[in-house]
Design a protein around this ligand. Structure first.
Ligand code: IMP
Length: 159
């Protein structure tokens, strides 16, 4: 794998610093509320773990797994749910935690799907954002880094 890597876009130090800042921001924004973090598997699991450790308010966790790369349905924006949430999110403050937003198709589907379950609030946090690849508009409430159109690996991302 190492010989396939051309350059380092985000260093370990940059990750640590940015995730700490995001955790602080999220803790401040949700002060006095309970928050439910929904990690999108598998790519976001390490980010979710590191982010959660930087959040200082009561936090619940749940996970979803969806098919993304390689699926025939990708260009249509229809995403297959491989694993659904275990708990209801009705009336809860929900934060979707994604590893990377590329075309936006996966997130757009997930957002609408979760919105229909009537959470008290629904926001999005992504570690990486490739805005130049966007096919559908999505709102990113917390964003770690904007990166160019390159396939990135490491830190638990799909490879
Ligand atoms: P989208 O639906 O095109 O926005 O793709 C979103 C999903 O594709 C992400 O959650 C990742 O799992 C995956 N993905 C997109 N770009 C990359 C990349 O550069 N490296 C690893 N996974 C990626």
């Amino acid at each position: 794998m190492r010989e396939d890597i051309k350059e380092i876009l985000v260093t370990e130090e940059m990750l640590g610093e940015r995730i700490r800042a995001m955790g602080t921001e999220i803790s401040r924004d949700y002060q006095g509320k309970d928050i439910c973090l929904i990690g999108i598997l598998k790519g976001a699991f390490i980010f979710l773990g590191d982010l959660a450790r930087e959040i200082s308010i009561p936090t619940a966790f749940d996970f979803m797994a969806v098919s993304s790369y390689g699926a025939a349905t990708r260009s249509s924006g229809v995403v297959r749910i491989l694993k659904d949430l275990e708990e209801s999110i009705q009336g809860k403050h929900v934060l979707i935690v994604e590893d990377i937003v590329d075309t936006g198709l996966t997130l757009s589907y997930l957002y609408d799907n979760l919105k229909n379950r009537n959470p008290a609030s629904l926001k999005v946090c992504t570690l990486l954002d490739k805005p130049s690849r966007r096919k559908v508009p999505v709102q990113l409430d917390y964003r770690g880094f904007e990166i160019p159109d390159a396939f990135v690996v490491g830190y638990g991302l799909d490879y």
